[in-house]
Design a protein around this ligand. Sequence first.
Ligand SMILES: [Zn+2]
Length: 213
Amino acid sequence: MTEPPPIHHHYSPGNHKREAHGIQRNRRMTESQNINYALNDSALDDLGKSGYNGIVNVYISVDMEGIGGIVHWEQCSQGTKEYDDARALMTAEANAAIQGAFDGGATEVLVNDAHASMRNIQPLELDPRARLLRGSIKPQSMMQGVNESFDAAFLIGCHAGAGCNGVLSHTYGGMVASVRLNSLSAGEVTINSALAGYYGVPVALVTGDSATP
Ligand SMILES: [Zn+2]
């Protein structure tokens, strides 16, 4: 992970109204003010923990089986006829998530390609505002790179866990029959969210089919 950019704007809860009428010195400062208003007006105060420095850092993990239009394992395997179309769908959903993050106030986005070889998202087609982590093996796997510096995590293209009745249900490797965390059934969404939670990063978005937790 890289160091966050230099701080351009100092925020404290009591001075946001005064600052909003001040001279806007640069775009990052403007974004920072917008973000702080949004955070003050919602129950998401914790999301602003680094936003107070003008930075809102969003982590996006993108799996493949839960992407819209993907319904079969062949679509998810390199070398098949359908794979190239499927990776284009995956890239498009990643771009939609990136767009949503920036529209919602993100100033930085990290995308982790989280499926199989982790070389599925088409780098040249990905929104250039995001950084892309690709390749395997990653020590944190589907959540590689997540840490305390992030304000929110999006989990895109998810699916139900092993043993569930969903599209392409499984949990990590195909040989896993079921996983329990604290006696509760846990698929990838739960496992990956738990890791985000360990770093204090709230999961703000999960996409997948109707059986996805
Ligand atoms: Zn996958």
